[in-house]
Design a protein around this ligand. Structure first.
Ligand SMILES: *[C@@H]1O[C@H](CO)[C@@H](O)[C@H](O)[C@H]1NC(C)=O
Ligand SMILES: *[C@@H]1O[C@H](CO)[C@@H](O)[C@H](O)[C@H]1NC(C)=O
Ligand SMILES: *[C@@H]1O[C@H](CO)[C@@H](O)[C@H](O)[C@H]1NC(C)=O
Ligand SMILES: *[C@@H]1O[C@H](CO)[C@@H](O)[C@H](O)[C@H]1NC(C)=O
Length: 400
């Protein structure tokens, strides 16, 4: 134990353990004493070139209601600072060192279309990597919340273009020239697929943007993230059940006596579905596709209910007006006019002993019972005697 302590003491005394950090400390001291945080350019009329790259880690969410895209990214900025050069052989061959980012000059390039109140809390920068040639690399991890013009017209089959604009907050193009360092392969290497969206494209472009503040334009980099919604969730949960309910409502027979009730409950269901979708969508003028679908469903169901009520009304009318209504409906729907038979009186026995009406046709099976006759193409109602007061003349007319 004691020998161990002696040994450690000897090592420290010898200075071999401290050598590395001593040299680095010396280097840091030499670099930072008298360092003034100023734009590192030789002459006032040259601009500093800052190369810019945005590495996409994840799309955290697309906030449709507040029109914002939240992403987890890493910003890589590189530039050359002539005041941070050293001769590696003077410092034990150290070619690269880390300097706390706030002790040197850094460009004030920010996300221009940020939609966050707490911008500074969302970015994390620790050290700048400085090499002996004076090249500085600044890595910033960030969770950006950028303004994105969400267009939900095709929801849930929509594709969104979200732009993230980066530019210097104060230094125009004569001071800072941004250079695009875009390479999709590198920038999407660590990208984690999102569950809600697929990344359609990831592009960047360089441009000059005028700002109302200043006479000179700003050098700008735009990253355009194009994402496509995975529609399966909405199709399975919001579209298919709706189609199902509609089909059931449409095909349920009128004679079940539940058609009107079913129609009304279907409408309530649609309204419920619409309510739950509404939470997702921004209140925009563009009516989303799914809304149109629900609207069409509501129209369809309303029509169904109205027709069911009309049919029930006709069913219970059972007199000469039914014929008129039937003819009118046939005309309206361009169908063949139904053929009605006007017969006089009850069926009577003919010469052969069979029951028949005055027009020579036999009475339907189970005549007099409340059964549906299949002969009439327009509507189905039990064969019953019509009321006398509606008839013209004195002829007893039956509708079969
Ligand atoms: C600015 O640049 C011009 C050439 O483009 C040069 O002639 C002039 O001397 C420069 N001015 C200064 C102050 O360096
Ligand atoms: C670096 O320093 C070494 C010795 O101190 C010298 O020989 C060499 O020329 C220097 N290199 C530069 C680029 O100044
Ligand atoms: C999105 O951007 C692509 C090109 O990057 C363009 O073709 C498309 O029209 C844009 N879509 C919208 C909705 O702006
Ligand atoms: C992007 O980076 C990859 C991997 O480093 C490289 O193979 C490719 O050539 C680069 N593409 C461009 C356009 O620079």
């Amino acid at each position: 134990m004691r020998h161990g302590l002696y040994f450690l003491f000897f090592l420290l005394w010898d200075g071999r353990l401290l050598e590395g950090s001593n040299v680095e400390r010396q280097l840091m001291e030499d670099l930072l004493t008298n360092y003034i945080k100023v734009l590192p350019v030789e002459t006032p009329n040259t601009s500093l070139v800052v190369s810019f790259r945005l590495i996409l880690f994840r799309i955290i969410e697309l906030d449709e209601r507040n029109q914002a895209l939240v992403t987890n990214v890493e910003v890589v900025q590189r530039w050359n600072d002539a005041h941070l050069k050293w001769n590696a052989s003077d410092y034990g061959g150290i070619k690269q060192t880390m300097i706390p980012y706030d002790s040197i000059w850094t460009p004030d390039i920010i996300l221009y279309n940020s939609a966050a109140m707490d911008y500074s809390n969302r970015v994390l920068t620790t050290n700048a990597i400085v090499s002996s040639t004076g090249d500085v690399t600044l890595l910033t991890a960030a969770i950006f919340r950028s303004v994105c013009d969400v267009d939900v017209s095709y929801f849930p089959f929509d594709i969104q273009n979200c732009t993230m604009r980066f530019m210097s907050w104060t230094q125009d193009e004569t001071r800072i020239q941004m250079k695009l360092d875009h390479n999709k392969t590198i920038e999407l290497k660590t990208y984690i697929e999102d569950e809600e969206f697929t990344l359609e494209s990831y592009d960047a472009k360089w441009l000059e943007v005028e700002d109302p503040c200043c006479p000179k334009p700003f050098s700008t980099v735009d990253y355009v993230i194009q994402i496509k919604r995975r529609a399966a969730f909405f199709v399975i949960n919001y579209v298919l059940p709706m189609i199902d309910i509609n089909v059931i409502g449409m095909t349920s027979p009128l004679s079940s006596g539940e058609k009107v009730t079913l129609g009304i409950s279907t409408m309530l269901t649609i309204i419920f579905f619409l309510m739950s979708i509404r939470d997702v969508l921004p209140p925009s003028e563009n009516f989303p596709l799914i809304g149109k679908f629900y609207f069409a469903s509501i129209c369809l169901v309303s029509m169904e209910v109205a027709l069911a009520i009309l049919t029930l009304f006709l069913h219970h009318l059972k007199d000469i007006r039914v014929q008129k209504m039937c003819r009118m409906l046939a005309k309206l729907s361009c169908m063949k006019e139904p053929r009605f038979r006007n017969v006089k009186g009850e069926p009577r026995e003919n010469k052969k002993g069979k029951m028949e009406f005055t027009d020579g046709l036999p009475p339907p099976f189970l005549y007099g019972d409340k059964i549906a006759s299949s002969r009439r193409p327009c509507w189905k109602s039990p064969v019953e005697r019509m009321k006398k007061e509606l008839m013209t003349g004195t002829i007893d007319t039956y509708t079969i």
